[in-house]
Write a protein that binds this ligand. Structure first.
Ligand SMILES: Cc1ncc(COP(=O)(O)O)c(C=O)c1O
Length: 380
């Protein structure tokens, strides 16, 4: 049997590869982005309560009304934006699914999509599976800001979508209002659609604020915005997320969604709706900033070079140029096997596998895990 090659990514995703290697070598896994500490006990109890309350059958296709309402209330409170829970919110099984569904809703063969690299590794296969062409635009090291002239130069009559990600995986960079304004200037006289991946929206540090495309009235009208509960409530394994988009975008999104998974895990939706409606939720940014600060201070005891502390997300990208001149994939494997700490090589986030001798650490881990990892890295 010959199966069609729908996209250019070959083999298994780097996250699976490095997590498997970490397990095999009994290494501390700072590669894949998931916490190693428990979820809020109350959220777990609500999941159990959901099964007792009878939330065990198919949920409505767009998502449980009470969860969509809770999200709408949450965004009104935190961002001061009004979102119609019936026509602008769709609950999804995670953000990766939402990204794929948004692309599939709008892309046709021959369309072009601008991807700012380094980029989360699902974007490109999702675009190519839909028969569209990826137009990569590199971000500018060391702060990984956007070179707007390069974005302008990449736009053609075929450009259908620009996908952006703030806070950014893997670099921890965040967008300012100025970035959104510049993007608005660039796309103003076009029909270009924006896909805004904001899964780390609640993980922003040093008193900075996440700047959402939803707060930009002009761009919001042409945007799909994707979120993940997993990144906010430390439950990545629940694979729960949502898409916020204007009503006609949401109609197109649901046209695909209803035949892709139809509806999403009912008890998890109930639990998240109840949890989001609690008067006070833990301050995730504060908690994650403490982890980032601890990790940064510990990293100073190693030969890694920190060009730029992460402003958001739960990742810190560092240079290992002082330690080795191995290619980054080889270095990451060597570090896992020989020193027992797993990371992700940054070349995996570039379509041309650009190698700048950078690796990414995930610091969403218990203090003791971070300390044990540094204990090992100190010996480098
Ligand atoms: C930038 C980015 N987008 C989306 C996702 C996926 O989120 P989910 O687990 O909800 O599919 C991740 C997860 O690592 C991510 O880093």
């Amino acid at each position: 049997m010959i199966f069609p090659q729908k996209h250019s990514a070959t083999g298994t995703t780097i996250f699976t590869v490095m997590s498997a290697l970490a397990q095999q070598c009994n290494a501390i896994n700072l590669s894949q982005g998931f916490p190693d500490y428990p979820i809020d006990e109350q959220l777990g109890k609500l999941l159990f309560e959901a099964t007792q309350q009878g939330f065990n059958q198919y949920a409505p296709m767009p998502g449980l009304p009470q969860l969509r309402q809770a999200i709408s209330n949450d965004f009104a409170k935190r961002y001061g934006v009004e979102i119609n829970p019936d026509t602008e919110i769709t609950i999804t099984p995670g953000a990766t699914y939402a990204i794929y569904t948004a692309f599939t809703s709008v892309l046709e063969a021959g369309d072009e999509v601008i991807v700012l690299e380094p980029a989360y590794d699902s974007y490109i296969p999702n675009i190519e599976t839909n028969g569209a062409k990826v137009v990569p635009v590199p971000l500018s090291a060391p702060d990984f800001s956007v070179d707007w002239n390069k974005v302008k130069d990449a736009i053609t009559r075929k450009t259908k979508v620009i996908i952006v990600n703030t806070p950014h995986n893997p670099t921890g960079a965040i967008w300012s209002r100025q970035d959104w304004d510049t993007l608005a200037d660039i796309v103003r006289d076009t029909n270009i659609i924006i896909l805004s991946d904001e899964v780390y929206e609640q993980l922003v540090f040093d008193g900075k604020k996440h700047c959402s495309v939803l707060q930009h009235d002009e761009l919001r009208k042409r945007s799909f915005v994707l979120y993940s509960f997993g990144k906010v409530f430390h439950n990545t394994g629940w694979k729960m997320g949502y898409c916020i988009a204007p009503s006609e975008f949401t109609i197109a999104f649901r046209r695909i969604h209803q035949f892709l998974c139809f509806s999403v895990n009912s008890p998890a939706q109930y639990a998240l709706a109840q949890y989001l409606s609690l008067p006070q939720l833990p301050d995730v940014s504060r908690m994650m900033q403490q982890k980032r600060d601890l990790f940064l201070s510990l990293l100073k005891e190693t030969p890694f070079i920190i060009h730029q502390p992460a402003s958001g997300s739960y990742f810190q990208t560092v240079s290992y140029a002082q330690i080795s001149d191995k290619p980054d994939m080889e270095f990451a494997q060597w570090l896992t096997k020989e020193h027992g700490v797993a990371t992700i090589p940054i070349s995996a986030f570039y379509s041309n596998k650009k190698d700048d001798k950078l690796i990414r650490f995930c610091f969403a881990k218990k203090e003791e895990t971070l300390q044990q990892a540094i204990e090992r890295l100190r010996k480098l």
